[in-house]
Design a protein around this ligand. Structure first.
Ligand code: PLP
Length: 387
C-alpha cells in the first residue's frame, strides 16, 4: 500500500556508517534508519548474536519462560532505574502499552474516565491511541473519530501545563518525549523535565517518557531523562534497542510497575529469544565501547562544525541538538535537500517541513562526521543561493 513515497534508491548491503545500493554506489548514512541503527549496519557483535540465536531458538511464546527476555529486562530496568519491563515489537506498541497502563492505573484508583496529558508537536505512533496522543494534525486527518481521554498542552511550557490541566480532575498521567524528534528536534529548557516531574508528584500523575527516539544513548546518556537527574515512572523504548531487529519495551517502576496482571496485556512476538538476544548484544556493544561518551563527543563535534560553517548563513534559523539528535531549522521548507543529499551520496532527513534532521550512528569516525557536516553545510548554503 502507498503509505510511503520511497526515494529512488534500493540498498543492497551496509557496513558501519555506509550503505551500498543495488548498482554498487556508496552512501554515508547520517540517518541510521531513523535513529534505529545506532551501531551502524551489519555490526559484527549483533550479527553474530542473531545468527547464533537463530540456530538455537527464534520463538517460543510468552506462555513459557524466556531466559534472554529475563536477562534483558534485568539489564534495561537497571540502566533506567525501573522495576519491570514489558516487551513488544515497535515504538507505537510500547506507547500503546504505556497508555493502557496509565488508564488501568487510573481505574485501580477509582477514576472511571482517566485523562492523559500529551503535548503539541509530539509524535508517539500511528495506531489509533498513539495517533490520538500525537500532536501533528496532518497525520490525524481522515482517521477520526480518535479517542477520548486526552488533553493537549504546549511542549516546554510549565505555565500552560498548569493552567490547562487545572480544570481536569481525572488526570492520571502525562506522556511526552524528553526531546521531540519528529516535531523538529525540540530540546526543552533544562528545568522543564524536573518541573514536570515535580508537578506529577504533587498531583499523583505518572510521568511517562517516550524515549523511543532519544533512548539507547542517542543523546549521550542511556536515556535522555538522565541529563536532568530525574526518574520517570514509565519509559518507552524501541528503535535503537535492537539496531534494526524489531523490539520495543515499556519499562515502569513503583506502583506503575505492578499495574498489569496476567491477562491485562500481551504480545505474541514481544520479547522473543531472537529479538532479546539482539538487544542484549546492542547493550553490551554500547557498554564495551563506551558509546554514550562517544555520542556526546560526536554530538559536540557536529554542533561546533555546523555552527562554524552555518552561523553566517541567512536561511539558518537555529541549530538544535542533544547528542546525536541534530536539527538545523531553516527559514523555508527544504524537503528537496533530502534528494539532493542522496544524489551526493548522503542520507539525511527533513522533519517538520523545515528542519534538516541528522541522526547518525554512534560508531561514526571523526572523518565521517566531518564529511557529513561539510556536505550538509554546502547543501544548505546552495539552497540559499538558489533562492
Ligand atoms: N515515538 C517516537 C518518539 C518516535 O520517534 C516514533 C517513531 O518515529 C514512535 C514513537 C513510533 O515508533 P514505531 O514507528 O516503531 O511505531
Amino acid at each position: 500500500m502507498a503509505t510511503y513515497a520511497p526515494l529512488p534508491v534500493t540498498f543492497d548491503h551496509g557496513q558501519g556508517a555506509w550503505l551500498w545500493d543495488s548498482d554498487g554506489n556508496k552512501y554515508l548514512d547520517a540517518l541510521s534508519g531513523v535513529a534505529v541503527c545506532g551501531l551502524g549496519h551489519a555490526h559484527p557483535a549483533v550479527t553474530q548474536a542473531i545468527c547464533q540465536q537463530a540456530e538455537k531458538l527464534i520463538h517460543t511464546s510468552n506462555i513459557y519462560g524466556i531466559a534472554a527476555q529475563q536477562t534483558l529486562a534485568e539489564k534495561l530496568t537497571q540502566l533506567a532505574g525501573m522495576d519491570k519491563a514489558f516487551f513488544c515489537n515497535s515504538g507505537l506498541e510500547a506507547n500503546e502499552t504505556a497508555l493502557k497502563l496509565a488508564r488501568l492505573y487510573g481505574h485501580n484508583k477509582g477514576i472511571d474516565n482517566p485523562v492523559i496529558v500529551v503535548t503539541e508537536n509530539s509524535f508517539h505512533g500511528r495506531s489509533i491511541a498513539t495517533l490520538t496522543a500525537t500532536g501533528n494534525h496532518k497525520l490525524k486527518a481522515g482517521f477520526e473519530p480518535l479517542l477520548p481521554g486526552f488533553v493537549r498542552v504546549p511542549f516546554n511550557d510549565m505555565v500552560a501545563l498548569k493552567e490547562i490541566t487545572s480544570s481536569y480532575s481525572d488526570i492520571v498521567a502525562i506522556l511526552l518525549e524528553p526531546v521531540q524528534g519528529e516535531g523538529g528536534i525540540n530540546v526543552p529548557d533544562d528545568n522543564y523535565l524536573p518541573e514536570v516531574r515535580q508537578y506529577c508528584d504533587d498531583n499523583g500523575w505518572l510521568m511517562m517518557l517516550d524515549e523511543i527516539q532519544t533512548g539507547m544513548c542517542r543523546t549521550g546518556e542511556w536515556f535522555a531523562f538522565q541529563h536532568n537527574n530525574i526518574v520517570p515512572d514509565v519509559v518507552t523504548l524501541a528503535k535503537g534497542l535492537g539496531n534494526g531487529v524489531p523490539i520495543g519495551a515499556c519499562l515502569a517502576r513503583g506502583q506503575a510497575a505492578d499495574t498489569f496482571t496476567p491477562g491485562s496485556h500481551g504480545s505474541t512476538f514481544g520479547g522473543n529469544p531472537l529479538a532479546c538476544t539482539a538487544a542484549l548484544a546492542v547493550i553490551k556493544t554500547i557498554e564495551d565501547n563506551d558509546l554514550a561518551s562517544r555520542a556526546q563527543s560526536l554530538g559536540a563535534r557536529f554542533l561546533d562544525g555546523l555552527h562554524k560553517q552555518l552561523d553566517d548563513c541567512d536561511q539558518v534559523v537555529q541549530i538544535k541538538s542533544k547528542g546525536l539528535m541534530i536539527g538545523i531549522e531553516l527559514d523555508q521548507p527544504c524537503k528537496e535537500l533530502v534528494k539532493q543529499a542522496l544524489g551526493g551520496g548522503l542520507l539525511i532527513n527533513v522533519t517538520a517541513d523545515n528542519v534538516v534532521r541528522l541522526l547518525p550512528p554512534m560508531i561514526l569516525t571523526d572523518e565521517e562526521a566531518d564529511q557529513i557536516i561539510d556536505t550538509v553545510a554546502e547543501l544548505i548554503r546552495n539552497l540559499g543561493q538558489q533562492q
